[in-house]
Design a protein around this ligand. Structure first.
Ligand code: HAM
Length: 358
């Protein structure tokens, strides 16, 4: 994390690395769950002191969703189905779902003890990273990319065997709901997630076309976080997606929205024309049109060149004649149609018509 002491008042500050803990803190501080569960969302920049590489930045942006106060696998399924809908609507194919359960804290503690025992017995085959994590966060050794460590991990005890009845029922419930909703998934027993607050359901949406940083969205259940942050216990689950990775994926699949060309470019020349053009542009923008108003003066010819280069469909010409008559000259720029004069009063309707190609 990026943390420092504020020189002015000695306060300890940290740039937020994620949004989940903040949502829970806000819910506790403002008693948000007093009248029942809540569904929250957020978006914004997050900051992590990481080694930057493709798809991994020190400042990046997340969209996050948190469902606070819900305990059942029904809401787990709802959130996951919602992600699947988003990929569909964005035209993204090949984003696959990996799913796992990491049980309750007690189940995980028993598992962790056995895992540490297994890793210690094979300590000579662990790399420096795995050795460092062995006691701080041994579950993270499970997702090591080192083939030798992977061999050790392959023979490690399996979390699934440590699950009690309730955890198994939760996971089975979720799998059944996802299958019923037609959302495919693979169970990845090594998926443990990088943050410490999770329990039961954890999941990641991964694309193979992004290289090493292929996770576009990750989340899971964090039923212990309210109590951990000093609040009344409440179950919760959420996810966050990385906007930069999503945009990269949209680009790759040819679905990135292009820059929108303006509908019209307003050209003006002569006495009183600038004032009229300003009012005209403003009223067209209010009506929802994307308008560029020429700025910086110049001859009529050079303004028309700029209008053409802007990609606008139409040039709207405001000259002295037009000002006197409360009219505008409409000049289509992308097809051979003739220019015409139009009264300012009917301009919005005519513009809509022309842009629709009539
Ligand atoms: P996370 O897995 O740390 O989870 O981050 C979620 C997503 O943010 C990642 O899947 C990735 O797309 C994006 N992301 C993370 N770090 C970077 C980075 N350095 N550069 C670019 N993109 C990045 C969380 O943050 C949890 N708060 C998610 C959550 C919500 N769990 C429960 N509720």
């Amino acid at each position: 994390m990026y943390s420092w002491r504020d020189e002015l008042n000695g306060e300890d500050l940290t740039l937020r690395p994620e949004g989940t803990a903040s949502c829970v803190r806000a819910a506790i501080e403002h008693n948000l769950l007093y009248d029942g569960p809540k569904r929250l969302w957020y978006s914004g920049p997050m900051y992590r002191h990481e080694r930057p590489q493709k798809g991994r930045y020190r400042q990046f942006h997340q969209y996050g969703v948190e469902a606070l106060g819900y305990s059942g696998p029904d809401v787990d399924a709802e959130l996951i189905v919602m992600c699947a809908r988003l990929w569909r609507e964005l035209g993204l194919e090949g984003v696959r779902l990996e799913l796992n359960t990491i049980g309750s804290p007690e189940e995980r503690a028993r598992y962790r003890a056995d895992l540490v025992r297994h890793l210690e017995a094979n300590a000579e085959r662990l790399d420096a990273d795995a050795k460092r994590r062995l006691h701080s966060n041994p579950l993270r050794v499970l997702d090591s990319k080192n083939p030798v460590v992977q061999e050790v991990v392959a023979r490690a005890p399996e979390m699934m065997r440590y699950l009690g009845e309730a955890s198994v029922a939760h996971f089975d419930g979720l799998k059944k709901l996802l299958a019923g909703a037609g959302v495919g998934f693979t169970i990845n027993p090594k998926l443990v997630r990088g943050l410490d607050y999770y329990n039961l359901t954890v999941f990641e949406w991964i694309s193979d076309s992004l290289g090493a940083q292929g996770t576009v969205c990750g989340g899971g259940r964090y039923d212990g976080l309210f109590a951990q942050l000093g609040g009344k216990p409440a179950p919760a689950i959420g996810f966050a997606m990385g906007c930069e990775r999503l945009v990269a994926l949209m680009r790759d699949s040819g679905h990135a929205p292009g820059a929108r060309a303006p509908d019209a470019y307003v050209v003006h020349q002569g006495e009183g024309a600038l004032e009229s053009a300003l009012a005209l542009s403003d009223s067209l923008r209010s009506a929802g049109f994307a308008v560029i108003q020429h700025a910086g003066g110049g001859s009529f010819k050079s303004q028309m060149k700029k209008a053409d280069a802007s990609g606008a469909r139409l040039a709207l010409i405001v000259g002295e004649d037009e000002v006197r008559a409360s009219e505008v000259t409409l000049k289509p720029l992308r097809d051979g149609r003739p220019q015409r004069r139009e009264s300012c009063a009917t301009l919005t309707a005519r513009l809509a018509q022309l842009l629709e190609g009539n």
